[in-house]
Write a protein that binds this ligand. Structure first.
Ligand SMILES: [Zn+2]
Length: 83
């Protein structure tokens, strides 16, 4: 199955995240798929102090079926998704 995941993402994400799909067959790049950032207690505190927080876990979920079908705590990916 062909995905529209960009090349830079293929270098960033491990293959199990790129190929992961929910019950409807949506991958992490699909418009109905959302990304949830989870922050540790200390990162919440950092955010409160005005420091850019880095999530310690990222979870991709489908807005259609509600399934959380991919997650990572990879430091490079979490760094990328810090705001
Ligand atoms: Zn789904």
């Amino acid at each position: 199955m062909k995905t529209k995941t960009e090349k830079w993402q293929q270098g960033l994400y491990p293959s199990e995240i790129i190929t992961a799909t929910c019950n409807c067959g949506h991958n992490i790049d699909h418009e109905k798929v959302g990304l949830e950032r989870r922050y540790s207690f200390w990162m919440n505190l950092a955010q409160f102090l005005g420091v850019t927080p880095i999530p310690h876990q990222l979870i991709w979920y489908c807005r259609q079926c509600g399934k959380e079908f991919a997650s990572t705590s990879d430091r490079d990916i979490c760094d990328y998704y810090s705001i």
